[in-house]
Write a protein that binds this ligand. Structure first.
Ligand SMILES: [Zn+2]
Length: 344
């Protein structure tokens, strides 16, 4: 009862833009937020494409400041357990930016290629920031009182009780060898270095996790050390025309469908053997770039000018391509598609 009025019992309630559910879980709020962000990305995409921004970094500024900051609003309260759902927003953006599929570029591949941290990292940051805010509040403030009560409650053993916010936060910290008490100590000592080191540990752990997934994945079996490293490949920070950067991403993703511009694309999965020459060789990029008879007159013969392709499906060279090498590959692929159009 509030002011003599009986409060209505509802299944969910929207407060400050966040849907609160009777279950105390926020899966649905997270999904809803992700869908809204994806729609926003799609709606903005034609404008973003036209803007023709020089670096991928410029697109990430938009992603971080407009999309993700909206997605993560108050997520220190509701997002911690839904990091994987929230991550789908970033994946959606990166896939659109690189335009690579199939195979559908895996989330970890996209992040490693572009040197992006998972949303998880931001969640950790916003949780700690929120904790710091409460830490500095006067003892009479409600959030501080509630935090204290949660702490007392958690210290008394309540057996299989539902997880509360403080437990979730503590569990998140303990994944990286820390705890609420540890962070409180850091706050008490105003130890900025310790905090910075902790966030570096989080970042390294997350990247290592992505690398582990990449190593174990069947779709990226062709990646052998050191092709995937902590340092993203250089095309990610280059100012080359976007079609060349996208081509580089597609090559590294071993895409079976490669876009070369309006209505021009290579679909490797469509044919077993090369549809243009009689070589009966497997229809692959290796064939097109190095073997196909039809392209012979256009290949650079001098060894120093042409990129050398190792047998390992040339991932090695694809990771250190120069703009000129990429242009060369692009031209060969473009010619190949044109030849296909003329013959079919
Ligand atoms: Zn051929």
């Amino acid at each position: 009862m509030i002011n003599q009025n009986k409060l209505e019992v509802v299944k969910s309630y929207r407060y400050l833009g966040v849907n609160f559910c009777t279950t105390g879980k926020f899966h649905n709020s997270a999904k809803e937020a992700v869908n809204k962000c994806k729609q926003k990305i799609d709606a903005m995409w034609p404008m973003l494409s036209k803007a023709n921004l020089p670096k991928f970094k410029n697109y990430f500024v938009y992603l971080d400041s407009v999309i993700i900051s909206k997605l993560m609003y108050a997520s220190q309260i509701w997002g911690t357990e839904n990091a994987d759902i929230l991550e789908m927003t970033q994946t959606h953006f990166l896939r659109k930016l690189l335009n690579i599929y199939p195979p559908r570029a895996a989330n970890f591949f996209l992040r490693l290629e572009m040197g992006r941290q998972p949303i998880h990292y931001r969640l950790m940051y916003s949780n700690i920031k929120f904790h710091y805010k409460i830490y500095n509040m006067q003892n009479t403030r409600l959030p501080k009182i509630l935090m204290h009560e949660l702490d007392q409650y958690n210290k008394a053993d309540h057996g299989g009780q539902k997880q509360n916010w403080l437990q979730t936060y503590n569990a998140l910290l303990s994944k990286y060898g820390s705890s609420v008490e540890h962070i409180k100590q850091i706050f008490g000592q105003k130890n900025k270095v310790a905090l910075k080191n902790f966030m570096t540990t989080v970042a390294t752990n997350l990247t290592n996790h992505d690398m582990k997934l990449a190593m174990e994945s069947n779709s990226y079996k062709y990646y052998v050390n050191p092709f995937i490293t902590h340092n993203p490949p250089s095309y990610g920070s280059a100012t080359w025309p976007i079609h060349l950067r996208r081509l580089n991403a597609a090559l590294r993703n071993q895409s079976q469908k490669i876009y070369l511009g309006k209505n021009k694309k290579i679909q490797l999965y469509k044919f077993e053997t090369c549809p243009l020459c009689n070589s009966r060789e497997k229809y692959s990029l290796y064939h097109i770039l190095t073997q196909c008879e039809m392209l012979k007159p256009y290949r650079v013969q001098s060894a120093c000018q042409s990129p050398c392709y190792p047998i390992d499906q040339y991932v090695q060279t694809f990771s250190y391509l120069s703009q000129n090498q990429l242009k060369y590959i692009y031209n060969l692929l473009f010619l190949h598609v044109s030849q296909m159009e003329l013959t079919m």
